[in-house]
Design a protein around this ligand. Structure first.
Ligand code: SAM
Length: 343
């Protein structure tokens, strides 16, 4: 094996296109599979993650392994692959054999995969330190990427799973329109709950767009690559579930005055009184609209809401849609413009 200065050189391998043909690996609609066959695009995605040398990388959804090859060429010390579709095991085992460093293959669902103990303990860095040399990289189906990032933001807020190792960075692809929402600043059309939740716990950067035409089969949309670095301290330093509940209410009537949206946190009998109290305590004008609010303003609303909960503890479980059974899993925050419905 040749360790060139610029990284690892893999032995000659069949092209990804040849492997797809050889193993008759047709993209499954059910798993929203779209493959990248262009190694330059894969290299560009992996470059976003930064230097990987000596590090520990987890790639989610490697599929036939095109991004995996780019990762291997950047000579991490270890690579973990989490792939749901067992049909890719032979192509990934081929890379396992070709790699000069250990590649672990887990056939399973990333949504249920706890990364708390999968990396070497010597990578652990205090949260206050620079991010550890541990990296999460993935070109996942659109239907998985959004619920996954919300799950991971929750794990970041609790410092569980991969974030037991410190401020582990992520490089992920999304449908371009969703990637734009993730990084969307205030006063923009695409500002939404996803923007607030991601930006509260992470520094987010939209790095580049991959045209849909590069994928096989070609999806109807372009793809955006986003880099996430967990913040040292979240802007709103409150439990995820409180922030999520308030932010959900704020964006439920996007175009209406915030007084109406905040009111949804409270039952009808107390609605006007407590919504006014909440915004007064937060020093946010009742006529603002959700997409105009900065994170510190949203934070003040969250704090005012928690102070109201101290006086009215039973309101904590109040849900104006009477969907108190809604869980994180049910609610991937992928809604488009929410309907401007009345209660
Ligand atoms: N990384 C490959 C590439 O860029 O060519 C494949 C990308 S394809 C869009 C998404 C991959 O994620 C597929 O291989 C699919 O089987 C896998 N996948 C889908 N859902 C998954 C899940 N919940 N956990 C792990 N892998 C998943």
């Amino acid at each position: 094996m040749n360790f060139a200065k610029s990284g690892v050189r893999l032995p000659p391998l069949p092209s990804i296109g040849d492997l797809l043909r050889l193993y008759r690996l047709r993209a499954l609609k059910r798993l929203s599979q779209n493959f990248l066959l262009d190694s330059r695009v894969c290299d560009k995605i992996v470059k976003v993650a930064g230097p990987l040398e000596g590090g520990h990388v987890c790639e989610v959804g490697p599929g036939p392994g095109s991004i995996t090859r780019s990762i291997i060429r950047k000579s991490p010390a270890k690579l973990l692959l989490v792939e749901k579709d067992p049909r890719f095991t032979p192509t990934l085992e081929m890379l396992q054999e070709a790699s000069p460093f250990p590649v672990q293959l887990v056939q399973g669902d990333i949504m249920n995969f706890d990364m708390a103990d999968v990396f070497d303990k010597d990578h652990v860095r205090p949260w206050s330190d620079r991010p550890p040399n541990v990296h999460l990289i993935g070109n996942l189906p659109f239907s998985v990427a959004t619920p996954l990032i919300i799950r991971w933001i929750y794990a970041i807020s609790e410092r569980t799973s991969a974030w037991k190792y410190g401020r582990v960075k992520m490089t992920l692809t999304f449908q371009a329109e969703v990637a734009e929402r993730v990084v969307s600043p205030i006063m923009t059309r695409s500002r939404c709950r996803l923007s607030v939740m991601c930006q509260n716990w992470c520094h987010v950067e939209y790095r580049f767009t991959i045209p849909g035409s590069v994928f096989v089969p070609k999806p109807d949309v372009d793809v955006g690559v986003v880099h996430f670095v967990p913040r040292l301290v979240p802007i709103i330093d409150l439990p995820f579930k409180i922030v999520e509940k308030v932010v959900r209410s704020l964006f439920c009537y996007r175009q209406k005055y915030i007084l109406k949206s905040v009111g949804t946190l409270f039952p009808v009998a107390l609605r006007e009184k407590l919504a006014l109290r909440c915004l007064e305590e937060a020093e946010v004008p009742t006529t603002a609209r959700s997409f105009q609010l900065t994170l510190p303003e949203i934070g003040r609303i969250c704090y005012a809401y928690t102070s109201i909960l101290r006086d009215y503890p039973k309101l904590e479980t109040y849900n104006h849609r009477l969907r108190s059974d809604v869980t994180l899993e049910d609610d991937p925050l992928i809604e488009r413009e929410p309907p401007e419905s009345e209660d």
